[in-house]
Design a protein around this ligand. Sequence first.
Ligand code: TXA
Ligand code: MG
Length: 351
Amino acid sequence: MARPLPDILRCDWPVEAAAPPPATEQALERAAAILRRGGLVAIPTETVYGLAADALDEEAVAGIFRAKGRPASNPLIVHVSDVAMARSLAASWPDAAAAIAARLWPGPVTVVVPRGPRIPDIVTAGGPTVALRCPDHRLARRLIEVAGVPLAAPSANRSEAVSPTTAHHVLAGLGDKVELILDGGPCGRGIESTVVDCTTTPPRILRPGPLARETLETVVGGPVEWLAAAGPGAAEAARSPGQQQRHYAPRTPLELSDDAARRAGELLDAGQRVGLVTTRGDDPATRALAARREILVVPMPADPHAYARMLYATLHALDHRDLGAIVVERPPATEPWKAIRDRLVRAATTP
Ligand code: TXA
Ligand code: MG
């Protein structure tokens, strides 16, 4: 039998107010009650929406894996309201983690540290480390405080699908799997946190994200490396189990192209309906294409942060347009675009 649809509770919290208004406080209380009895709640963060459960409750966390269809080998990030809570979950607190947490939290960066005894096996996929993050979203942190427990929360989408950046994306993807969705508006960052393994020297970035390597190096006071590209089965892959090739993918086939306008034209000529995602909306070639009936051109910002904010919403929207193909202009091969390239390359990988 199909489960009833979840409630979506709009949670306003004016920037100038230190405490949330009563309606939001009530929504947080309701969410906390669900979490405390082992249920699932979708929550806003500054990166993407998360599917949250009490990280210390094995059964509750098992519910996350079931709802997402996520392989048990892929560990979860545990969200905390402050550094003290993070430290209480770690067996030790490496210098790099201390520096990152002190200077970049709350923020879109996750530290991987030795796992403390309170963390159940299921959260870490049995591994000796735990990933911890303090989100830069007041609702998320307040909810953790009200619930009184750390929250395990992967992105609130089915495994391999595009991550949600609005409450409605969550409803569309996981609406039958979650009891409550807290709507905190669209996510400010738009892509998942940078994940840094702080158990090695130098620390290594397991997943590129909104926080740049340069920033991490400044904060850590030394080099921070990229995890070497891991081929399937490579020893390195075990370091970052979530970095399977296909991920973040819409159902519509997506391809990256160095000459996206030309490629979109080819597909149009072959009779396809095409979505074109490009920062070159003003190029004559793009304008000429945009005049044709069977194409939807989405102009994207040339700034990588603004691009990241729009990326998943763009893919979600195009995925509902009954297109034969989505063509995305390949972003520059430079560090500021690295996280976006990573997501797009995975989205373009065929199953
Ligand atoms: O921005 C984010 O990080 C979002 C929001 C909701 O906080 N969460 C998120 O979670 O992206 P998820 O589950 O979609 O991605 C978690 C990533 C995966 O690549 C996973 O393999 C990695 O973090 N991870 C988790 N625990 C780890 C660990 N102990 N060691 C290495 N990688 C770990
Ligand atoms: Mg995810």
